[in-house]
Design a protein around this ligand. Sequence first.
Ligand SMILES: O=c1ccn([C@H]2C[C@H](O)[C@@H](COP(=O)(O)O)O2)c(=O)[nH]1
Length: 163
Amino acid sequence: MHLQQLFKMQKSLDTYIQSEKKITNDVFLEKGLALLVELAELANETRCFKFWSEKGPSEKHVILEEYVDSIHFLLSLGIEKNLNDLENWPVHQQHKDESLTMLFIHTQDSINQFLQISTIDNYENVWSWYGAVASKLGFTHEEIIQAYFDKNEKNYERQRSGY
Ligand SMILES: O=c1ccn([C@H]2C[C@H](O)[C@@H](COP(=O)(O)O)O2)c(=O)[nH]1
């Protein structure tokens, strides 16, 4: 998947939000924590770890929206560190063998590593774990892109209506 269009859209949204909210300080760590929270919200909607419950996962569109909330912050973190020239979604085949629960644990770990040491390798590693999560959830690239477009627009509307 080509990421450049998403980076451009994210940059415009971030610029809009930061001017609306008059943000002038570095918000890298706030966005980092936001990504960790979004990952947990995503895991919660899949309910993959809830062995104590009979209730199944949320509807696909709910899980997809949570997923692209993460993608917003992941793009945004790359922009903050000037790592936004990444062209293609990095893939590691071996990640696909893990259970969904293990994938969430690895993804969280990769985010924490990137927040501490913000190299391109660590950044690409987060993308590859998120890619493995998407495959496990059965999301196609087209679905992710469409859901990203929809949520990006919703984020503008929320700013315009005083979120
Ligand atoms: O600088 C920012 C701040 C927020 N968001 C978007 C990403 C998510 O889609 C959404 C999360 O908002 P909450 O629903 O968690 O408040 O906001 C950005 O894209 N850039």
